[in-house]
Design a protein around this ligand. Structure first.
Ligand code: ARG
Length: 471
């Protein structure tokens, strides 16, 4: 007999049972479901809706059900459709008819929204922690490479040299925005829908605030219809997750091309690479490739969720059961990527000499030659043309600007003097970019200091939230 079987005259078609069940995936929220039920029953007792005796019996039963599910002793069944009804059924098996009082003043519609919010807020902490660890690994590489110069690119053509530390810090700040998106979403996730009932509220004299406080929510959803049909927090999470995926994918792409023989700028540690079953020489950056590849499924979940929601009338619709798998998969996919990225970045070998040789053998100081000529009184447009001509002649001769003589340079402009060579070395070129956020060593050091302060703020946010929710 189904928990809702009263008005039915026939058993559910087996295919319908399988098709509509969510237990295969929503069992991931068993902890949250029981946590929510414990708080709900506590509130029913507090409000005098259930006697203390009944409530205590139910609470003890729920604890037993939790243990039995965890140990694998209790079997979850498709017949009971989802985690909510499985738990209730197991509770009734455990404590008898009194278990049937648990669902007083509640619906699965507010219950499932509650479970998802409880689940997601915990995972927000874990993901922020994971992002912070990657930031720290990037910062470690930055600190070790404050004198490492590599070509900076635009259009994937060598543009101007930058410090490797500067490049690492760019990702630190990208991930910082990701952290801020997640921490900002907290205030919208951490609102309690419980008490909204199926859609309209409940006739029982419940105390929504009480149960919200028990569960460490910051507040309650203001409108019962909205409470049960709002999945904005899922969309918002998937959207923030998509940007995280974009950032990790871009970094992955750089690691992949940098470790190719063509670039040869870094080597990933053996422990984070895999080989080929056929080609004995291969060492492949599979982790980075998979992180890049898995961005697709995260974007897919975002689009999937938006599409599922867009035509839904208020309030709950079964379509909304589609909200969970994408969210779970996104959390797991990101957690996996972040856990690997921190140690992979930390153990990566940076080939400083190779990077330096690359900078030495390119024209990425041509802007500095033009800037130098501006200092000698030419307009930037005139200087640009002179520097361009010098580059062109070097290309024809198969040399670089630093390989020319003063006399050769003076043929292009009499303004050029011997001091030109000092401003064209890779170190001088980098350190000349002494503007806030620029690549000069002291400016990159400022970025490091700023980032460390942000890390402290993130760490306290995590501590505060973990303390708040007590997990
Ligand atoms: N398994 C359902 C879900 O995930 C729970 C809510 C079902 N509510 C209902 N009235 N059918 O959305």
């Amino acid at each position: 007999m189904k928990l809702w079987g009263g008005r039915f005259t026939k058993p559910t078609n087996e295919l319908v049972e399988t098709y509509t069940a969510s237990i295969s995936f929503d069992q991931k929220m068993v902890k949250q479901d029981i946590q929510g039920s414990l708080a709900h029953v506590d509130m029913l007792k507090h409000c005098g809706i259930l006697s203390a005796k009944d409530a205590d019996q139910i609470a003890a039963g729920l604890e037993k059900v939790a243990e039995a599910i965890q140990s694998g002793e209790a079997a979850l069944s498709e017949t009971d459709e989802d985690i909510h009804m499985n738990v209730e059924k197991l509770l009734i098996d455990e404590v008898g008819a009194v278990g049937g009082k648990l669902h007083t003043g509640r619906s699965r519609n507010d219950q499932v929204a509650l479970d998802m919010r409880l689940y997601l807020r915990e995972e927000l902490c874990t993901l922020v922690q994971g992002l912070l660890q990657v930031q720290q690994a990037l910062l470690t590489q930055a600190e070790a490479n404050l004198d490492t110069v590599l070509p900076g690119y635009t259009h994937l053509q060598r543009a101007q040299p930058v410090l490797f530390a500067h490049h690492m810090m760019a990702y630190v700040f990208m991930l910082q925005r990701d952290i801020e998106r997640l921490t900002d979403s907290w205030k919208r996730v951490n609102q309690s829908p419980l008490g909204a009932g199926a859609l309209a509220g409940t006739t029982f004299p419940i105390d929504r605030q009480f149960v919200a406080e028990q569960l460490h929510f910051d507040g309650i959803c203001a409108n019962s219809l909205d409470a049960v049909s709002d999945r904005d927090f899922v969309v918002e999470f998937l959207s923030a997750a998509s940007l995280i995926a974009v950032h990790l994918s871009r970094l992955s792409e750089e690691l992949i091309i940098w470790s190719s023989a063509e670039f040869n700028f870094i080597e990933l540690d053996d422990a984070f690479c895999t080989g080929s079953s056929m080609m004995p020489q291969k060492k492949n950056p599979d982790v980075a490739e998979l992180v890049r590849g898995k961005s697709g499924r995260i974007f897919g979940h975002l689009i999937g969720m938006l599409t599922t929601l867009k035509g839904l009338p208020l309030a709950y619709n079964k379509d909304m059961q589609e909200d969970k798998e994408g969210m779970f998969d996104t959390v797991d996919t990101l957690k996996g990527a972040l856990a690997l990225f921190a140690p992979m970045m930390e153990t990566m070998t940076v080939k400083k000499d190779q990077m330096y040789q690359a900078v030495r053998h390119d024209f990425s100081n041509a802007t500095d030659l033009a800037d130098y000529l501006v200092g000698k009184g030419l307009t930037f447009r005139e200087s640009h043309a002179v520097s361009g001509k010098i580059v062109q002649s070097c290309i024809q001769r198969g040399i670089y600007i630093l390989d020319t003589t003063l006399e050769e340079l003076q043929e292009f402009s009499p303004c050029i003097e011997a001091d030109v060579f000092k401003v064209l070395t890779p170190e001088a070129v980098v350190n000349a970019r002494d503007v806030a956020g620029g690549t000069a060593k002291k400016r990159v050091e400022e970025q490091l200091a700023g980032a460390k302060q942000l890390f402290d703020e993130t760490a306290s946010w995590i501590d505060e939230k973990i303390q708040q929710i007590g997990s």
